[in-house]
Design a protein around this ligand. Sequence first.
Ligand code: FAD
Length: 357
Amino acid sequence: MVIGAGQAGLAASFHLRRRGIDHVVLDADDAPGGAWQHRWDSLSMHDVHGVADLPDSTAPTTDDPHARANVVVPAYFADYERRHDLPVVRPVRVDRVEPDPEPGSDLLVVHAGDRTWRTRTLVNATGTWTRPFVPHYPGQESFAGRQLHTVDFPGPEHFTGQRVLVVGGGASAVQFLGELAPVTDTLWVTRRPPVWRTGDFDPGAGLAAVTLVEERVRAGLPPASVVSVTGLMLRPQEQRAAELGAYERHPMFERIEPHGVRWADGHFEPVDVILWATGFRPAVTHLAPLDLTSEHGGIQLLPVRGNVQGATTAARDRRVQLVGYGPSASTIGASRAGRQAALAVQRCLDSTPAERP
Ligand code: FAD
């Protein structure tokens, strides 16, 4: 069984099928496309530097700088599912996965509403989109204006005439400011000074980030983001916002008040809207009954025995693989992890519980 039909789940399904492993892919969305179908309209293929190829296919390229990622990528995934006849069932949102309570059973039970599946192994590929992260600041509940997260960004025209505080130091925050500053008053706060990049993305930095996150998950620590290390760049369409001073970053405030935010030195800025571009956490709460979390707060992952690359196997339950998680939470990582996971599933099916790799 695979849960999730984004890049990671489709790659896993492809490799399971190639190995002749009978499986089903349960996906919560109404349509193909994983999280890409939900991303905001102004996110272009140019912004995301394209997506990695799914196995045995070539991802679409486009010269159109405005080609919408939330259209192009879902169309690619839909075509891929069809061409490879992948066994995706949707919409099915898995609520929880637990060990089969039947005495002597070595199966996992997957619950989705009133439907139930029993499976020998599980590849979890549920991404992060459904778990937006908003940090907590004192006074947050008292804020009289509107608070929203990246997942809710409706487009800049909804904020005309309002003062918008954008929180977060990633590419999403930079893009939101670029769109908002020409139509409304903005203010930008980040925890750390932003890291600007002037040239091309440095693949060495990307590899270093993946290695670091791989080390974290092998140690059972909560994963960090591998896609946040690309460095920030201003695109031509953000020059106007730059001229307006939108990228003059301020440090984090100390508290939120009904009509604005206040810093530790007493300085106050009135705002109408707080836009939290503060990232995501892995969407794995449905796995809680399996008790996979280590004492270090993350799900510890191990590589397949005899295979040093790419850890996907949950140390606490080797029937479970996680793809698109931690070091593989990028389009390229997700595609690769699908192959590792299928290998691990094969090894698990070929072994008894006592010999499990
Ligand atoms: P998703 O695409 O999120 O797919 C998960 C699937 O699981 C969805 O279809 C969902 O319906 C399903 N699902 C979730 N929960 C359940 C459940 N309980 N039951 C059943 N189904 C469920 N990566 C890059 O390489 N380059 C980029 O430029 C880039 N930009 C990004 C920008 C943003 C804003 C974000 C959030 C991520 C970005 N990433 C980028 C990361 C990248 O998109 C993903 O890591 C990659 O696409 C792998 O996705 P996935 O398959 O793990 O998850």
